[in-house]
Ligand binder design. Structure first.
Ligand code: AMP
Length: 216
């Protein structure tokens, strides 16, 4: 099963993708995570991407699609994958379609997670993650069980994403509406789009996604 998770920043794509990966054994391909790793490792692609990411702007379609295409060539992707954060615009969707055709692969379902902008700004504004294992938390909705200690790995180091500031979040939402949202129509026309309510609680969204996938 090959899936695209579509939705604005903060809608829960990463969280839901991790759950689907665990339950279905798919490869999780998050372009945001791949680019953050490239920035951390100061690779040429990371150096090019860093400033754009800090401002919430999109990185070049060619750079992104090259890393996606390379990752899809790895053997484990043959067993199914979930794309999180890509495609981000119609050009990327077209490039992805061509790359998949060449590889003899295709997308089975696109799940759109619908969420409200104001709630997203509030959600993103409070999020932070373990600096060691990356487990995600939220100041109000999901604090560690023991204050200051990661539930998963016990680390006491936490980090906030550079692009999670209110101004950058607003810019990311603006870009989502102008560039990424047209993909809803794009995939609706292809006939593979399913919608879920991203404002429901995490378990309920997961259940809705599971049902959407089951129906394919
Ligand atoms: P995300 O973790 O998906 O919110 O992505 C964080 C940032 O990485 C975005 O704001 C963009 O700067 C960049 N990025 C991630 N995926 C893409 C993509 N498919 N195309 C262009 N830029 C991307």
């Amino acid at each position: 099963m090959n899936i695209i998770l579509l939705g604005p920043p903060g809608a829960g794509k990463g969280t839901q993708a991790k759950r689907i990966v665990e339950s279905m054994g798919l490869v999780h391909l998050s372009t945001g995570d791949m680019l953050r790793t490239a920035v951390k490792n100061k690779t040429p692609c990371g150096l090019e991407a860093e400033k754009l990411m800090d401002r919430g702007e999109l990185v070049s379609d060619f750079v992104v699609m090259e890393i996606v295409s390379e990752r899809l060539d790895e053997r484990d992707a043959r067993g199914g994958f979930i794309l999180d954060g890509v495609p981000r615009n119609v050009i990327q969707a077209q490039m992805l379609g061509e790359a998949l055709d060449e590889k003899g692969m295709s997308i089975d379902v696109v799940v759109e997670i619908i969420a409200d902008d104001d709630a997203l700004v509030e959600r993103i504004g409070g999020r932070f993650a373990c600096g060691e294992c990356g487990k995600g938390y939220h100041k109000e909705f999901k604090r560690p069980e023991v204050e200051g200690v990661c539930d998963r790995c016990g680390s006491t180091k936490f980090a906030v994403r550079e692009d999670d500031t209110p101004a950058t979040v607003r810019n990311r939402l603006k870009i989502y509406h102008s560039q990424t949202e047209p993909l809803v129509q794009f995939y609706e026309k292809v006939g593979i789009l399913k919608k879920v309510d991203g404002m429901a609680d995490i378990d309920e969204v997961a259940e809705q996604i599971e049902n959407a996938i089951k129906g394919v």
